[in-house]
Design a binder for this molecule. Structure first.
Ligand code: 13P
Ligand code: SF4
Length: 302
C-alpha cells in the first residue's frame, strides 16, 4: 500500500466513511475500497451501509443511485464529471409517447441512466438481474431504456414479452467488433469468450458466457479452463488476475477502456474524502420517484 492509499484509509476510518468501487476504476482505487463489485452489488451495499459518508468510486449515475437509495447519507463522488455516456441516451418525451401507445406498458430502466430517467420508469434493472426481473413483470409490453444491446439480450431470454428497444448504447462495448473476436480467437484458440450483455448481438452470439462484470469474474474463477478472452471494460482484469493467478486473460480489442471510469484517480478520492466535496444532490421530487424504481428492483431481484 502506498502513502496516499494509507492516508485515504486513515481518513475513511476517522470520518466513518465507506468506499464503494466499481470493477472498472483504476486498480489502485479498487485496492482501498471496502466493497468492489458490479452495479447491483454496489447498490445493495449503498442501501445497507450504516456509515455516515459513502464515497462512490465510479461514474455519476452510481453515486446518484447510492443517494437515491440511502438519502440520509452524505454521498461523495471523486469526480463529478466522470460520466457514463449511455446514461443520457433516452428521451423523457419518448417515454410519455410510449405510455400513450401501450396501456399496459412497463418502462424498464437499466441502472446506467440519469436520476431523471429512473424517475420516469417503473423498475430499474442491472445487467445481472434484468432477465429475472423482466420475467417477473405482469406487463406484456416493455419499453427497455436506454441500452439497445441489453434490451436485445433480455428479449432473447424472455421471448414471451414484447420488448420495445431504445437506441442507446455503450461506446466501449459497441466498439468491440466480430472481426476482432475472430482474430483474437485464432490467436488463442483454447480461450473461452466471456462478454458483457452491452456488446452487440453478433458478439454475444459468439460468446461462451454472457454476464455482468461480477458474473464474468465468477464464471472464470469457477471454470477449469486456463485461458479467456474478455469482452468488457479492462478494469476487470485486476480482479480476474488476482483471483486466478494461474489463468490467462486477454482483452478482445485494445479499446476496452471507459473514459468516465478512468477519471477516478486515487488523488481525487483523497481530496474528496478530505474536503468532503462533490456531494451528490438530487431534487427531492426526482429522488422519490427514482427510489420507487430502484426499490422495486431490489425487491424483484431477491
Ligand atoms: P455491471 O453492472 O456488469 O458491473 O456493469 C456496469 C457497466 O457500466 C457496464 O458497462
Ligand atoms: Fe457507461 Fe459504457 Fe462506461 Fe459502463 S463502460 S460506465 S456503460 S460508458
Amino acid at each position: 500500500m502506498n502513502e496516499l492509499q494509507k492516508r485515504i484509509i486513515e481518513l475513511k476510518e476517522k470520518k466513518h466513511a465507506v468506499i464503494l468501487a466499481h470493477y472498472y476504476v483504476p486498480e489502485d482505487v479498487q485496492q482501498i475500497a471496502d466493497y468492489i463489485g458490479d452495479s447491483y452489488y454496489l447498490s445493495e451495499k449503498a442501501k445497507e451501509t450504516d456509515k455516515d459518508i459513502i464515497v462512490f468510486a465510479g461514474v455519476s449515475f452510481m453515486g446518484e443511485s447510492a443517494k437515491i437509495l440511502n438519502t440520509e447519507k452524505k454521498v461523495l463522488i471523486p469526480d463529478p464529471s466522470a460520466d457514463c455516456e449511455m446514461a443520457h441516451m433516452a428521451d423523457v418525451n419518448k417515454i410519455h409517447r410510449m405510455r400513450e401507445m401501450y396501456s399496459d406498458l412497463a418502462v424498464v430502466c437499466y441502472i446506467n441512466s440519469t436520476a431523471e430517467l429512473k424517475a420516469e420508469s417503473d423498475v430499474c434493472v442491472t445487467s445481472s438481474n434484468a432477465v429475472k426481473i423482466v420475467k417477473k413483470l405482469s406487463n406484456k409490453n416493455i419499453f427497455f431504456i436506454p441500452d439497445k444491446n441489453l434490451g436485445t439480450y433480455v428479449a432473447q431470454k424472455v421471448p414471451e414479452k414484447n420488448i420495445i428497444l431504445n437506441d442507446g448504447y455503450c461506446p466501449v462495448h459497441r466498439d468491440i467488433t466480430l472481426e476482432e473476436v475472430k482474430k483474437s480467437q485464432s490467436m488463442h484458440p483454447k480461450a473461452l469468450v466471456l462478454v458483457h450483455p452491452e456488446c452487440e448481438k453478433e458478439i454475444t452470439a459468439e460468446a461462451d458466457f454472457i454476464g455482468s462484470t461480477s458474473e464474468i469474474i465468477s464464471f472464470a474463477t469457477e471454470k477449469e479452463e486456463k485461458e479467456y478472452l474478455i469482452g468488457t471494460e479492462d478494469g476487470v482484469f485486476y480482479e480476474l488476475r488476482k483471483k486466478n493467478p494461474n489463468k490467462r486473460f486477454y482483452p478482445i480489442c485494445s479499446r476496452q477502456s471507459c473514459a468516465g471510469m478512468k477519471r477516478i484517480t486515487l488523488e481525487k478520492v483523497y481530496h474528496c474524502i478530505k474536503d468532503e466535496n462533490n456531494e451528490v444532490i438530487i431534487k427531492e421530487e426526482t429522488r422519490k420517484k427514482a427510489k420507487e424504481a430502484l426499490d422495486r428492483m431490489l425487491e424483484l431481484a431477491k
